[in-house]
Design a protein around this ligand. Structure first.
Ligand code: NAP
Length: 218
């Protein structure tokens, strides 16, 4: 693994461009893609994500070390798992039936985290749940360099330790204290209904919220 991994951000809607901008500011080479022709997002990319390279999704993925899924979960089935094999995949998606509709595969009563279900389909990838629990406006506005007194925390969870380390570094460089929660199942605390979803907390606040949630479940 090189010191600065190349990022492919899939999704140029609300959160994808924010992640791309923060990553460019942190020094990552970034490609951005939608499901369509990169020419369609060339101008907007130049204007709102200067430095990012619009590409076909397959090309962006092929050249990336880390692929960020910033697409709606109901579009996830469109992705070819074969393209993502061997990649670190950041699952920034949330299951939101109000906008995704009911997705049967993700309706299991909360026993499994949505990223576990994503990972089962992406069996050849190292999936890490991250960057999903902070709204896109705040994700950008609240990002701070390491050591800043008002720096906030962002959680991540994954089963592959090398991938978790790479995504923890990414999270830190994007502007948040990374909190490693454990395996993908532990990532349930980051998803809708979990104690830190939609929250922008300091590290102690984050740890307290997760701890209190674990106690309430035990
Ligand atoms: N909005 C937030 O504040 C926020 C924060 C954290 C996480 N999230 C999560 O991030 C995901 C995306 O949210 P969003 O609000 O950014 O969605 P959005 O504004 O609807 O944007 C979705 C983007 O994904 C692209 N896309 C769809 N299918 C694709 C595919 N197969 N390959 C490549 N690109 C594809 C869309 O472009 P085309 O349709 O042109 O392909 C569009 O650019 C959701 O799961 C959400 O829960 C959102």
């Amino acid at each position: 693994m090189r010191n600065t991994e190349r990022l492919a951000v899939l999704g140029a809607g609300h959160v994808g461009p924010v992640i791309a901008r923060l990553a460019i500011a942190a020094g990552y080479p970034v490609a951005i893609a939608t499901s369509g022709d990169p020419d369609d997002i060339a101008l907007i990319t130049e204007l709102v994500i200067p430095g990012a390279r619009p590409r076909w999704a397959s090309d962006a993925i092929a050249d990336a070390d880390i692929v960020v899924l910033a697409i709606p979960l109901h579009r996830f089935a469109e992705l070819d798992p074969g393209l993502l094999a061997g990649k670190i995949v950041v699952d920034a998606m949330n299951y939101w039936p109000a906008s995704d509709g009911v997705l049967t595969a993700f309706e299991d009563g909360g026993t499994r985290g949505s990223s576990e279900i994503v990972a089962r389909r992406l069996a050849g990838s190292a999936v890490v749940k991250a960057l999903n629990h902070i709204g896109y406006h705040e994700l950008e506005d609240r990002a701070r360099p390491a050591g800043a007194p008002d720096r906030r925390a962002a959680g991540l969870a994954g089963d592959d330790q090398a991938a978790v380390a790479a995504v923890a570094e990414l999270t830190g460089r994007l502007g948040y204290d990374p909190v490693r929660l454990g395996g993908l199942r532990a990532g349930r605390v980051l998803q809708p209904g979990g104690p830190v979803f939609g929250q922008v907390l300091t590290l102690p606040e984050f740890e307290r919220a997760v701890h209190e949630d674990a106690r309430s479940l035990s």
